[in-house]
Design a protein. Structure first.
Length: 120
């Protein structure tokens, strides 16, 4: 798979307890990203955070949260990210989505399918 040097980074900030169609939302998002042919997805679990409701979620022993922050990151072309966003929009009932320009340096797999984008 190839990604042009000017990609886009999609970040989806949700809670660990968010669900969609009976699955954890972050899991559903990654599966759908794969099905849609996106370049890849990574799920990051935060140890502390708060969102629009201003409740602090933390992994500290004294206040063990069952709803830690989750960030799903996906990099691909602007067009594929926009299409994916329109596909997943109704699945995300609460959270935050951001988009940033991504300057792709290289995208490699272990099977020697190396791709280095040309920078303009």
């Amino acid at each position: 798979m190839k990604i042009p040097s000017e990609g886009q980074l999609l970040r989806i900030f949700i809670g660990e307890s968010n669900k969609y169609k009976g699955k954890p939302l972050y899991e559903w998002l990654v599966i759908k990203a794969k099905e849609q042919g996106l370049a890849g997805a990574t799920v990051l679990r935060g140890i502390m955070g708060f969102g629009a409701n201003s409740r602090v979620h933390t992994s500290k022993i004294l206040r063990l949260s069952l709803d830690l922050p989750i960030i799903v990151e996906i990099v691909d072309t602007h067009e594929k990210i926009r299409d994916f966003l329109s596909y997943i929009e109704n699945a995300i009932q609460e959270g935050l989505i951001t988009l940033e320009k991504a300057d792709v340096q290289f995208y490699r797999s272990s099977n020697n399918d190396k791709y280095r984008p040309s920078h303009k």
